[in-house]
Design a protein around this ligand. Sequence first.
Ligand SMILES: Cc1cc2nc3c(=O)[nH]c(=O)nc-3n(C[C@H](O)[C@H](O)[C@H](O)COP(=O)(O)O)c2cc1C
Length: 315
Amino acid sequence: MLLTSGILMKNDFVKNNIRYSLILKRYNLTAMYPEMYLYVLTLSSSGNVLAEFRTNTYEYSPTVPYSADQTACKLYSVWMEGIENEPEEYIEYLEKNEYNKRKRRERPETDSKDAVIIQGSPRPDGNCAIISGWVKETLESSGLSCKIIFPDDMIIHPCIGCYQCYNYGCCTFKDEMDEIIGSVKNSSLLIVCTPVYTDTVPAGIKICIDRFQSYHAMNKIAGIRGLQITEPSGNNRNVNKQKKEIKGLLFSVAGRKGKSNFDHLLPVIEAFFANAKIRYSGRVLADNMDNIRDISKCKNLEDKIKNLTKKTAES
Ligand SMILES: Cc1cc2nc3c(=O)[nH]c(=O)nc-3n(C[C@H](O)[C@H](O)[C@H](O)COP(=O)(O)O)c2cc1C
């Protein structure tokens, strides 16, 4: 994949016997996303970045009367003018300002389990809960650790499409989604247990899936040479990137009879797995649940789910 970057503006200068460099760089990300460019404005001294601002073309909605290019160039001039007028005060101001805080925001360290189960039903005692129990039991009997995540019990803000994740590799929102992403990243297997709601996944799990966009963005921009992203400890190295393969399984239930009830849910899960670099490794779909009511009455399903879980976990 061809990712090019170029310097748009640059000024090396000395103030109070200290050498500084103000650089505006543009990264061409169009090989990954149509018409996406990332602008990075940095003030550095002796190789240390003192202040940085990032913006990308996707941040600017159609009705916003300015562009990433204009914003970045304007800010370059504003910073340069500030430094010219009051060097000491302005450089100190830049070092402490909002842009830097965003870049350096810390993420909590998350636990490390072999497998993560996302239980997407808001019902804590429904069929997906039963499936999650079977999966957990199977994994643990194979000596693997796992954790069940209930998105509906967590505080997760929906994605607002601000595209800040393409600047910094992390989301604008600092909430419990960090824990979910951290757990999935540290695991080798993700199992999604979800009912069909209005032909797709329930709201809680959809919020989760959308918020995985920041994980996707982080994996993408972490590969760009010279572009640093935030890691959990707050150090600015490219260690956030997913390093090992994560396998993914889907276990889903629908109230109505017929496998066509999963027709719209399946592409959502497939897109999610692809986006999050998770290898789709199998699924079990159980329909007619509003009639059957209790999935544990379907003995063949229990075996099917347990066997697929075991086979995938041990492969
Ligand atoms: C809001 C809502 C929407 C639903 N939409 C569908 C649907 O579109 N198709 C379907 O087959 N079942 C639908 N169902 C039924 C559930 O998929 C079914 O009851 C399932 O067993 C619930 O999973 P749970 O037992 O894990 O909570 C819906 C249920 C709810 C509450």
